[in-house]
Design a protein around this ligand. Structure first.
Ligand SMILES: [Zn+2]
Length: 87
């Protein structure tokens, strides 16, 4: 069962903002209460620059909206500052 509508693959998805080609690092998860069932979710992708823009765009219309890191299951693993050296 896919709640995402398909086509949502991590790694190379650009921001949903028109004209922006930056790779997305946020999911803007929202729904329109007037036309969407309570468990329905729409997901836009957004770069760092436009995540808040898109969130505010939806929030201004009284749509429930939240931001989630994207890809959701791939934390930016920081390269460890401590290198483990052998004996
Ligand atoms: Zn953008």
């Amino acid at each position: 069962m896919s709640m995402l509508g398909g086509g949502l693959e991590p790694g190379s998805d650009p921001c949903s903002r028109a004209g922006c080609r930056t790779e997305a690092s946020w999911q803007v998860i929202w729904r329109n209460p007037r036309i969407h069932a309570p468990d329905r979710r729409k997901i836009w992708l957004a770069c760092d620059e436009h995540a808040e823009y898109l969130r505010d765009y939806l929030a201004a219309r009284d749509f429930p909206v939240e931001l989630s890191p994207f890809p959701a299951d791939a934390e930016h693993a920081p390269s460890s500052p401590v290198s483990i050296e052998g004996p």
